[in-house]
Design a protein. Structure first.
Length: 256
């Protein structure tokens, strides 16, 4: 699966460089951004409330409108750290939510909600070297492999793996990092950060066999480095298929 990203700050669609506040490039109305990807054939959307992730506000109303209007399967992320914020996120009609900081700071809570909600919960692993980043990538969040093994044992069915160093840099995905993560879990892995060319997409389809299920694409789409229809056509020609919208998805279903 391919998931175009719509990151929202103060009601506007943006893209950050390496997740650093203040580096954002603005791309206008989030609903218009989402509709652009709908019109180009997207079936999934990765929707992020960056204000909530940084702990400085919420775009819940805007995000709810995007989800309702898009008609897509939506993966929702940003500031989901307790029962109240999780319930609000799940009630938007999104297909699944991504917890990041809470998986690091509240391990017992994270394990509880994974057990309760199954594949509607994904865990975001935002990686700087061998360490994880938390609180909108502003704080260190512990050892990558220790956290991965703990959450894998808790039954997490999907990890969103972001290489912070390559996010927004159009430098290509971190294949070594993806390989390391896949070697330590049987859960599905979605790659995030650095995807910039059709060659990157083709390379990621080659990692389906080790567990890479898909990729999140942001900056490359917004600045025109690649087109979504071409990227989707490439994954489909590689013999992959969209996962079903209900129930658990298998990593074997392809990096589409």
């Amino acid at each position: 699966m391919l998931l175009p990203a719509v990151d929202v700050v103060d009601g506007q669609a943006v893209q950050l460089v390496q997740g650093v506040a203040g580096t954002e490039k603005q791309f206008g109305d989030p609903q218009a951004a989402a509709q652009r990807w709908v019109d180009q054939g997207a079936e999934w959307l990765h929707l992020v409330d960056l204000d909530a992730a940084f702990g400085r506000g919420s775009n819940a109303g805007v995000l709810g409108e995007v989800i309702a209007a898009s008609g897509l399967e939506v993966e929702l992320s940003g500031g989901i750290r307790d029962d109240a914020s999780l319930d609000r996120a799940l009630s938007t009609g999104c297909r699944r939510v991504v917890i990041g900081t809470a998986a690091l700071e509240k391990p017992e809570w994270a394990e509880k909600v994974i057990a309760e909600h199954g594949d509607r919960i994904a865990v975001g692993l935002d990686v700087k070297g061998d360490k994880l980043a938390a609180r909108g990538w502003t704080q260190e969040g512990g050892d990558l492999m220790e956290t991965l093994q703990r959450l894998d044992a808790a039954g997490c069915q999907r990890f969103i793996v972001t290489d912070v160093a390559s996010d927004g840099m159009l430098s290509g995905p971190n294949l070594e990092l993806l390989g390391r993560v896949c070697a330590h879990t049987d859960a599905a892995v979605i790659a995030s950060g650095g995807v910039s060319t059709l060659q990157d997409i083709e390379t990621l389809t080659g990692l389906v066999s080790i567990g890479v299920e898909g990729a999140i694409i942001g900056t490359a789409l917004y600045v025109g480095n690649l087109s979504l229809p071409e990227a989707l056509a490439l994954t489909r020609s590689a013999g992959t298929a969209e996962p079903p919208s209900e129930g658990a998805e298998s990593p074997s279903e392809g990096a589409q």
